[in-house]
Design a protein around this ligand. Structure first.
Ligand code: HEC
Ligand code: HEC
Length: 475
């Protein structure tokens, strides 16, 4: 404030006069600065209440979500008697032929109900020496998995068309381009929903028969042997309490009730669907993303760059249902053949997903050959085995595949006898046209610049880690 200290001189009879406007300006400036600071603090504290552009600035500066939502989580309640029984079944190795394997052996609660190791596929069977066909998916969040269907989204419609009707309708499939956030241009006629990598089971109850009877998994040879085992469990009396004294008279009924109990456990226990990841908290305005995570999220959503959200949906539904990071649809990505799998020792064997061989109802619908279910990416970075054939073991490998499958295929596929790159080597030549080459990041051509840089991949992986749930206390 030099004006104040400047001494008056004879040549300036009104020495203090200029000070007034200057002081006003200063005060005004200070007031504006304080107001701006206050607004910033307000915007940081309540980002939802400020205009869009300001929200973006806040997001950039602080990593806070400018548009928080209220997420609808399933209610948390103590397990029903049925679910408590299901929990015992889930962890009981005595139900397997080897006596060594329970559901939890392949779907470990400490590993987001996915495999507890990095084996390409798990071992099972009577002597625990048989190799499985595919890696176990996570069992988390399956309570929202819709039934298998083909065509425009039938939702939970009770009048859903039969599989035969769907197959006829789907004979002339028009595939529309999937972009993150963008509406598709034509009616989608693609398979969706269902359980297993190929959607061959609809309900968790129906599904549980699979591993119990699968010769390379829990390897029971008949429903009768399973019923016999149930009868001999220390908790057999709980069956009687729940289903009546004569439940074991009818073996099919006893096993069906057991499968229902296992499914209730997966539906009721909060540990299967806690929605407490950093990203969930960020959606609700309760957590800040780091600059790397935020940048990763934007790339994940960018339809021209990574475009992950084109299939692994990242935005909450209007009614507040948290995003599931899958659109429940099937795609052929042309993942390289895993030559280490026992089944692949036979050069003529191909696991083609929806068109077989582990399901047979769509074996003539060859437009679906090579298609597998889009898995959720929640908790994906806790896994150490990826894709339907377990070919990759870390996210760097997965990201490299997405980024360079087309631009530099020699990195992923072997060279054939003719010296040419044997692209899409896990799908017979006549079905390779089913492979997705239109959706980013797969739309780049041979020799072109890949969709993502190394730094961008690093940031997407940082974002993917925000999808890991914190463990919840056992129910
Ligand atoms: C030997 C390992 C193993 C055991 C034991 C096992 N599973 Fe699985 N599970 C798998 C594999 C592998 C798949 C995927 C199979 C496929 O796609 O064909 C799978 C798939 C599933 C799925 C479908 C998941 C999805 O995302 O579609 C559910 C549900 C499931 N298992 C539940 C169970 C239950 C319940 C038990 C116990 C009764 C059990 N599993 C025992 C390996 C196992
Ligand atoms: C066109 C749809 C589509 C797009 C785009 C897409 N994915 Fe996928 N994603 C799939 C399908 C389908 C699978 C399963 C493929 C298989 O196993 O054959 C999959 C599998 C995965 C898996 C393995 C999960 C597991 O449990 O094995 C990861 C990780 C993954 N995607 C991440 C991403 C990321 C990151 C991006 C963006 C760079 C992305 N995806 C883009 C459809 C898509």
């Amino acid at each position: 404030m030099s004006e104040l200290s400047a001494s008056p001189t004879p040549s300036s009879p009104t020495p203090r006069a200029p000070a007034r406007p200057a002081r006003l300006v200063l005060r005004a400036a200070a007031a504006v600065a304080i107001a701006a600071l206050g607004f910033c603090a307000y915007a940081v504290a309540f980002p939802a209440n400020v205009p869009e552009q300001v929200g973006d600035i806040v997001e950039n500066l602080t990593g806070a979500n400018p548009h928080p939502v209220v997420l609808q989580r399933p209610p948390v309640a103590p397990l029903s008697a049925m679910a408590q029984l299901g929990k015992k079944l889930f962890f009981d190795p005595s139900l397997s032929a080897s006596g060594q394997q329970s559901c939890a052996s392949c779907h470990s609660p400490d590993h987001a109900y996915g495999p507890p190791n990095s084996l390409d596929v798990q071992k099972g069977g009577l002597a625990m020496t048989q190799q499985g066909y595919r890696p176990p998916p996570s069992l988390m969040y399956l309570y929202r998995q819709p039934n298998f269907s083909i065509g425009p989204d039938a939702g939970e419609n009770d009048d859903a068309p039969t599989v035969a009707q769907q197959a006829t309708a789907a004979a002339n499939v028009v595939k529309s381009q999937k972009t993150a956030g963008g509406a598709s241009t034509s009616v989608e006629m693609v398979p969706q929903g269902g359980l297993f990598w190929d959607g061959r089971a609809d309900t968790l109850q129906q599904q549980a028969y699979g591993p119990l009877m699968n010769p390379v998994e829990m390897a029971n040879t008949s429903i009768d042997t399973v019923a016999e085992k149930l009868k001999n469990t220390p908790y057999a009396k709980e069956f009687n309490a729940l289903f009546g004294a004569r439940v074991f008279d009818d073996h099919r009924l006893a096993v069906a009730e057991a499968m229902f109990a296992i499914s209730r456990y997966q539906v009721e226990d909060q540990s299967f669907h806690p929605y407490n990841s950093k990203y969930d908290r960020w959606l609700e305005g309760r957590a800040h993303l780091s600059q790397a995570e935020l940048h990763g999220l934007r790339l994940f959503n960018d339809p021209d760059k990574a475009n992950c959200a084109g299939c692994h949906l990242s935005k909450p539904a209007k009614d507040g249902l948290p995003p599931m990071f899958t659109d429940y649809q099937y795609e052929a990505l042309g993942v390289p053949r895993n030559r280490k799998l026992a089944q692949n020792q036979d050069a003529k064997f191909f696991d083609l997903g929806v068109c077989g061989p582990f399901r047979s109802d769509f074996k003539d619908q060859t437009q679906y050959c090579g298609m597998f279910l889009t898995p959720t990416l929640r908790n994906t970075s806790t896994r150490s085995v990826f894709f339907h054939n377990g070919i990759y073991h870390n996210l760097d490998q997965v990201m490299a595949f997405y980024n360079e499958r087309n631009t530099d295929p020699g990195k992923f596929y072997p060279h054939g006898a003719n010296g040419k790159i044997d692209k899409y080597d896990d799908i017979p030549a006549q079905f390779q046209k089913n492979v997705d080459v239109t959706d980013a990041p797969f739309d780049r051509k041979f020799g072109e610049k890949p969709a993502m840089t190394a730094d961008e991949i690093r940031d997407i992986e940082a974002f993917l880690k925000t999808l890991n749930d914190d463990p919840v206390a056992a129910n």
